[in-house]
Design a binder for this molecule. Structure first.
Ligand code: NAD
Length: 341
């Protein structure tokens, strides 16, 4: 496919664009010179028609890029789908390939940002700093109900030891934790640093804290389910900064009610596309499961903000622009997901 800067090939149409996306992508465009059009709305079959004279789209985690949408994109002449995120579970790569559309992503943008947020969730749930903050503002200096535990000496189980899992293991080790890990590929470098790779059942059985850092795919969907929860220690802490679909929500709610799960920190939620990245403070939330989760005192929900640092947003903008630029000058790039036939 000839990907030169023909008409439409210099314009990028953004979906799910928030004010901070505009700030960072505008700021870093000076060295690339693309025409940019931003839409706040999600990409789905109803919004494809917003694309005008543009063969490149830039999408995020909750945009819908399924078979129906890709067919419409192809009809509109879209040649590049640039994901400004690492996960790509929302894109049907096979169909994109069939239609000859390039898909690229940002495989690593400050993995530390997500890893540090995972640790922030652990510390908040454990030491209850969110409650202490509110308490002292009301002149309540009592410590009752704020009891935590030492992280030092505890076992953290990491599922998925890629960029983020690896960064998180270093943080955990810094706190004096034993790190157990499960991944489909063992990382010898991490083993040398003292991370113990084991099977999934052992991670479930022996961990005090389980942190999810694997992608969402057919094998990992609902990896946290009734069966895996039953294997875990009583009062286990589960942290999910990866993808909502890794957790079977109904089972985790039951486990929270029974005390099997003692703490739950989620930055992602299976039905998040209807909720996250918008202010719904004046709305009636119809999703009963998220309402139930938010009602537990030992559940912390953040709205997919683990990536949200200055460094990560800078990297996202620069890597996305470079991906597009390299596709336009026909170079093979590492970040390309669907190769053309
Ligand atoms: P990565 O590709 O570097 O690492 C993923 C790891 O998971 C790899 O080591 C891979 O071998 C492993 N894996 C694949 N299938 C597995 C399985 N069945 N069981 C166990 N491990 C398996 O990705 P990353 O950059 O570390 O990101 C991890 C995930 O974090 C992404 O898929 C994305 O969903 C999520 N993420 C979330 C945010 C956020 O803001 N919350 C930001 C970036 C990424």
């Amino acid at each position: 496919m000839d990907l030169d800067r023909a008409a439409g090939m210099n314009k990028i149409t953004f979906f799910s664009a928030q004010p901070y996306d505009k700030t960072f992508f505008n700021k870093h465009n000076c060295e690339f010179g693309f025409d940019l059009e931003f839409f706040e709305t999600q990409l789905n079959k109803h919004t494809v028609n917003l694309i005008q004279s543009s063969n490149i789209i830039c999408v995020f985690v909750n945009d819908i890029v399924d078979e129906v949408v890709i067919k419409q994109l192809a009809e509109k002449g879209v040649r590049i789908i640039a994901l400004r995120c690492a996960g790509f579970n929302n894109v049907n790569l096979e169909v994109a390939k069939r239609y000859g559309i390039h898909v690229c992503r940002v495989p690593a943008y400050s993995p530390e940002a997500v890893a540090e947020h995972a640790m922030a969730m652990i510390l908040t749930l454990n030491r209850k700093t969110h409650k202490a903050y509110n308490r002292v503002r009301e002149q309540n200096f009592s410590l009752n109900g704020l009891l935590g535990f030492d992280l030092n000496g505890k076992t953290i189980g990491i599922i998925g030891t890629g960029n983020i899992g690896k960064a998180f293991s270093k943080i955990g080790k810094g706190f004096g934790c034993k790190i157990l890990a499960y991944d489909i590929t063992i990382n010898p470098e991490m083993e040398k640093e003292g991370v113990v790779f084991t099977d999934l059942d052992t991670v479930f059985k022996e961990s005090d804290i389980i942190s999810l850092h694997c992608p969402l795919n057919e094998k990992t969907k609902h990896i946290i389910n009734k069966g895996s929860l039953a294997q875990m220690k009583n009062s286990v802490m589960i942290i999910n900064t990866s993808r909502g679909g890794l957790i079977e929500t109904a089972s985790v709610i039951e486990a929270l009610k029974e005390g099997k799960v003692g703490y739950l920190g989620i930055d992602v939620y299976e039905q998040e596309e209807k909720l996250f990245f918008r202010d719904l403070s004046e709305d009636i939330i119809k999703d009963d499961a998220i309402q139930r989760l938010m009602s537990f005192p030992n559940v912390l929900v953040t709205a997919h903000q683990a990536f949200f640092t200055n460094e990560a947003l800078t990297q996202i903008a620069l890597v996305t622009y470079n991906n597009i630029k390299e596709l336009l000058i026909k170079k093979e790039i590492q970040n390309k997901l669907a190769l053309l036939v």
